[in-house]
Design a protein around this ligand. Structure first.
Ligand code: ZN
Ligand code: MN
Length: 432
């Protein structure tokens, strides 16, 4: 049997959390807002209304591109993507086709494999369709509050090869975008939406002539499962000599299966052409560099620093970095108690982040051997203490907390250290 190589490309839509929409001044927040209360002629697509691009949305798109190691186009254009659907009153979506803001980037996985980014572009979100039963009749209602909200689309090259790789990539991508504070990336609220294009080829140098798109995947786990299911389904077809149909499929998470939805249009069907109401956007290298300077430290770098500086284990470091509130708390109290103890309290003990860290009252007794060992190993510090530099006691307590993984009461540890140092001032070793 010939070996088949999976080629998986991912498309991710991320709603930016700008205050106003992409091409008008309407508030962009639409989650749990009374339907059709945040609209104007522009986002309703009324004739004659003119779009004005949102500068912040452009800056944020470029920030995402820079964080993904992309090239930033000096001149970008908006295009019209035509299709008919009730959620799109103009009959076209303003998007980017030939000249998106960002191209050719990558994101590195833990294995150091680079998932290649084809493009990062900016477009507008569509209205939301709500399917309901009213007076016994099935109806579809349209809420235009979401129409025109700034939406970034990130498209990878098809060099993802498994469900688990896709999942790792998506988690890292979400963490980066959250770190940039440009989107909540909340899949339940729909501010992050995932699609995967999957095909298999017997020749690793050439892509297959078909691809299957799986849409509406609303969790990373479902992406993983849907991809693995498709790899199996397509493999069995190809082994029977059948080329899988080029189509769009959905995913049924109860049956853990994908199912056919519709036969996919080719890109040409969208009749892309330049948006005549928005001139090309020219970015000077200087402008891009000023944005680059605003990039915060990215999760990858911070995780590495936590490992290097504090010998933190990778999973604790990753959990800490994933959550901006937790990371800020860690930084705030970093010098108050032992960093590893602090990290453990935040990540594993889920302490109240509105209060300063409290160590447990029901502490374990301090093993005198540990006190003895720490005094022995830090003779120089003890000497400083005895010479009058009493502040160094904090360092010794920190060592005890580290050795005991935070299980003892620091007050108790301090008492024992002082006793040990004072009771036998002539020697720096406690006999036990
Ligand atoms: Zn509007
Ligand atoms: Mn799109």
């Amino acid at each position: 049997m010939t070996k088949l190589y999976p080629n998986i490309g991912l498309e991710i839509h991320v709603e930016l959390k700008t205050k106003s929409k992409m091409f008008c001044g309407c508030p962009a927040e639409h989650f749990q807002v009374k339907p059709n209360t945040r609209t104007c002629p522009v986002c309703l697509g009324l004739p004659g209304a003119l779009p004005v691009p949102n500068k912040k949305a452009i800056d944020w798109t470029i920030l995402i591109g820079l964080a993904l190691n992309c090239r930033i186009n000096q001149e970008s254009t908006f295009d019209r993507k035509h299709y008919f659907y009730p959620d799109l009153p103009k009959g076209f979506q303003i998007s980017q086709f030939d000249d998106p803001f960002c191209r050719q980037g990558f994101l590195k996985l833990d294995s150091a494999k680079k998932i290649l980014i084809n493009r990062v572009h900016l477009e507008e979100d569509t209205a939301k369709l709500i399917h309901k039963k009213i007076k016994g009749k099935d109806v579809t209602l349209v809420d235009f509050n979401r129409s025109g909200v700034a939406l970034v689309e990130i498209v990878t090259e098809p060099n993802v090869t498994s469900g688990s790789e896709a999942k790792e990539f998506l988690k890292k991508l979400r963490d980066i975008i959250r770190r940039l504070q440009v989107s909540d990336c909340d899949m339940e609220k729909g501010s992050m939406r995932l699609e995967a294009n999957i095909s298999l080829t017997p020749d690793p140098k050439h892509l297959a002539k078909y691809k299957v798109e799986v849409k509406n995947l609303n969790s990373f786990r479902f992406v993983d499962q849907a991809i693995n299911y498709e790899i199996k389904r397509q493999t069995s077809l190809l082994e029977q000599g059948i080329t899988p149909t080029q189509e769009t499929r959905g995913y049924d998470d109860l049956k853990k299966q994908t199912f056919s939805q519709r036969i996919k249009e080719a890109a040409g069907d969208y009749r892309y052409f330049p948006e005549p109401d928005i001139p090309p956007i020219v970015l000077t290298p200087d402008y891009v560099e000023r944005l680059r300077a605003k990039l915060p430290q990215l999760p990858e770098t911070i995780v590495q620093e936590l490992i290097n500086d504090f010998h933190m284990n990778i999973s604790t470091a990753q959990l800490l970095v994933k959550d901006a509130v937790k990371l800020a708390y860690f930084k705030k109290y970093l010098f108050k108690i032992d960093p590893l103890v602090l990290a453990n309290l935040i990540v594993n003990k889920k302490i109240d982040l509105d209060k300063p860290p409290q160590l447990r009252t029901a502490s374990e007794a301090v093993d005198p051997k540990i006190i003895a060992q720490i005094i022995r190993e830090n003779a120089d510090v003890v000497a400083k203490y005895k010479a009058g530099k009493t502040s160094v006691i904090g360092f010794l307590v920190g060592q005890v907390m580290r050795q005991t993984h935070g299980k003892v009461d620091p007050q108790e540890a301090q008492k024992l250290i002082l006793q040990a140092v004072k009771v036998r001032p002539w020697r720096l070793i406690i006999q036990v």
